[in-house]
Design a protein around this ligand. Structure first.
Ligand SMILES: Nc1ncnc2c1ncn2[C@@H]1O[C@H](COP(=O)(O)OP(=O)(O)OP(=O)(O)O)[C@@H](O)[C@H]1O
Length: 263
């Protein structure tokens, strides 16, 4: 089967005041339908740059990217993005924030009732139906991220792109959102690419962990295949020797092979 996303010999060069800066070079990655991939690497190595390229928010200066057989030439509804800071519109209720995205994707061919029921279903999936009439400033950071995830899933994208979606949350909220995401991914069979700094999160959620070398001119250093059974249970995995091995492999890559000296 053809991969859903193909990243082919991708390089990214930024023109800055100090001249040209090569952020990425020779990045090659195939992502299959239903696969969950995390991108991990030291700060500034180019994880967000790679995610933005898949999102079509920026275009590569070398190579090309393909999604569903077509070249990625800009953003599209088949690639939904969840950012670290939720990016909800403050003047709309939670329901209307999700509804807006649903209308944009399905509004041309579906009636209001169907659009509303899609919106409600997405909010129910992340257990947020109780807050649907609240405004973003009336709910917690974790709840805002849940709404952001609901909005992305409601668009029924081919692929969900997440840039450190839980990065701004405390450890307990983060764990509960990871569990929520495991549940939603299990139900929908979603294809996900997620940037993270958290080694445990990478092992817990991924089919493959893509480990990036340090920049400038960063590339993929190693790819770790995580063969733990799904759905995964964080409590059981806390005592699983295989989990510990995967974790150690990532730590070794980050802190031995790609040791970053403090500036
Ligand atoms: N628009 C831009 N113009 C110039 N340089 C950029 C631009 N965007 C990113 N860079 C540089 O490219 C490199 C990679 O940045 P990127 O944000 O992708 O890293 P990252 O791995 O996501 O970092 P972090 O983990 O800290 O979020 C960095 O050195 C950054 O300064």
């Amino acid at each position: 089967m053809k991969p859903l996303v193909q990243v082919q010999d991708v390089g990214m060069r930024f023109d800055t005041k100090k001249g040209s800066f090569i952020a990425l070079r020779d990045v090659n990655l195939d992502i299959s339908e239903g696969e969950v991939i995390t991108l991990i690497g030291h700060s500034g190595c180019g994880k967000s740059t790679l995610l933005n390229l898949i999102a079509g928010l920026t275009l590569p200066t070398d190579g090309g990217l393909i999604c569903n057989g077509r070249e990625i030439a800009g953003p599209g509804p088949e690639r939904a993005v969840v950012f670290q800071n939720h990016s909800l519109l403050p003047w709309l209720t939670c329901f209307d924030n999700v509804m807006l995205a649903v209308e944009r994707v399905f509004g041309a061919k579906e009636g209001k009732a169907k659009l509303k029921s899609r919106t409600k279903a997405a909010l129910e999936m992340v257990h947020m139906e109780h807050a649907m009439n609240k405004f973003p400033h009336e709910i917690s950071g974790g709840m805002k991220q849940r709404i952001g995830i609901a909005r992305a899933f409601a668009m029924e994208p081919k692929i969900l792109l997440m840039d450190e979606p839980f990065g701004a949350l405390d450890a307990l909220t983060r764990a509960s959102l990871q569990d929520e995401l495991i549940g939603v991914m299990g139900k929908t069979g979603a294809t996900v690419v997620m940037v993270t700094h958290d080694v445990d999160e990478a092992v817990l959620l991924s089919d493959r962990v893509v480990m990036m070398t340090n920049g400038p001119a960063a590339t993929i250093g190693e790819i770790l295949e995580v063969k733990l059974e799904k759905p995964r249970d964080r409590l059981k995995l806390a005592h699983d020797p295989q989990f510990a091995e995967y974790r150690a492999a990532i730590l070794e890559f980050l802190y031995q092979k790609q040791l970053k000296h403090a500036a």
